[in-house]
Design a protein around this ligand. Structure first.
Ligand code: ACO
Length: 330
């Protein structure tokens, strides 16, 4: 008997506070017009840590929404994966704290670091556990508070990111026609310098004399990343289509990592995707890293833009560098 993973619920979690482009004008040399035309971003949500908003609280919100949509209880979950580069704490992992908060007493849980590809990597791992028959139900979350990792004086990066979480619940099914059809994930450490946060604990612990807080912030070579993001998301998308012997026109909907509207537009143009077959929210949220794909999936599904039986192609690209694509049939 063959097992497949069916997506039965999705959810999102956003901080309350909205920060508009205009607000940047008071502390860096930029303008609403520059940010909108170069990135497509108009605003982003920023976590208020004083009000208890954090990677964990956003992950919790997204997970509770997904549990409600899936109509299952937290005790039904066997595995929790949280894709994040901004974990609540190093230990316990965000996933372990989430397991505690949800009361998911039957789940084992871990964090996964693959930058913006964290959700897609997590999906591929959960899918393997389900297909092998090891587990029945998994919760996969992408959750970030990148506002804690941006250099607020660096105009090339601080305007790009936002805080949010997205979640999906997968469960075992014997029906391939409502499942994750295939996933491809990739990494290339030789290009890691193009988008990085240099200081972890091992490279330079914060108590060392030569520790520099600026090395704990996002550093990016924007134009190189731009080109690689387009090329790699297109390549990964073509690979999953080949794996399933499908043509672009046979796919019902496309979800691209929401980093920059111009990156998405180039992918859409190159792949020849009709505009009404994609979901865009980078204008509202900015780049929320591992959270962008599950949030788009959630919004498109709840809005009726995608429905049961639709073939949905999702693709992502992230720092380090990592990328991938998945084809699901809802
Ligand atoms: N406001 C005003 N001017 C700015 C700003 C800003 N916020 N940021 C940069 N500039 C300036 C630069 O300083 C530069 O000025 P100079 O010519 O005097 O040196 C000028 O604008 C042009 O800079 P470029 O970097 O060439 O601008 P570009 O058109 O490439 O746009 C951007 C920059 C938006 C960052 C673009 O490169 C980009 O989107 N790259 C991909 C970034 C991205 O999406 N990263 C995340 C993907 S991976 C992931 O999600 C983790």
């Amino acid at each position: 008997m063959s097992y497949y993973s069916k997506i039965i619920g999705t959810g999102k979690g956003l901080p309350e506070k909205i920060m508009t482009n205009k607000e940047f004008e008071s502390f860096i040399e930029t303008s609403d017009e520059w940010i909108r035309t170069r990135t497509g971003i108009s605003q982003r949500h920023i976590a208020n840590t004083e009000k208890g908003e954090s990677t964990l609280s956003l992950a919790r919100l997204a997970s509770l929404n997904a549990l409600e949509k899936a109509a299952i209880s937290a005790q039904d979950i066997d595995l929790i994966i949280v894709g994040t580069v901004t974990p609540e704490s190093v230990m316990p992992t965000t996933a372990n704290s989430l397991q505690r908060d949800l009361g998911a007493v039957n789940a084992f849980s871990f964090d996964l670091q693959a930058a913006c590809s964290g959700f897609l990597y997590g999906l591929s791992i959960a899918d393997q556990y389900i297909r092998s028959g090891t587990i029945k139900t998994a919760l996969v979350v992408g959750a970030e508070t990148l506002s804690t990792l941006v250099d607020w004086q660096n105009r090339s990066t601080c305007v790009l990111f936002g805080d949010a979480a997205g979640a999906a619940i997968l469960t075992r099914s014997e029906d391939r026609s409502h499942s994750i059809l295939s996933t491809r994930v990739y990494s290339d450490g030789t290009r890691g310098d193009l988008l990085k946060i240099p200081h972890g604990y091992a490279a330079c612990p914060p108590w060392r004399a030569d520790y520099s807080p600026s090395e704990h912030k996002i550093k990016m070579q924007g134009s190189e990343i731009f080109k690689l993001a387009v090329r790699n998301m297109i390549d990964a998308s073509m690979k999953v289509l080949e794996d399933n012997h499908l043509k672009i026109e046979e796919v019902d909907f496309f979800i691209f990592h929401q980093a920059n509207i111009r990156i998405i537009e180039m992918c859409v143009k190159t792949l020849n995707v009709p505009a009404n077959k994609t979901w865009l929210n980078v204008d509202k949220y900015g780049n929320t890293s591992a959270a962008t794909l599950p949030i788009c999936l959630d919004e498109a599904w709840r809005a009726g833009a995608i429905k049961s039986g639709d073939k949905v192609l999702m693709t992502t690209f992230g720092g380090g560098i990592t990328w991938g694509a998945t084809l699901i049939q809802l």
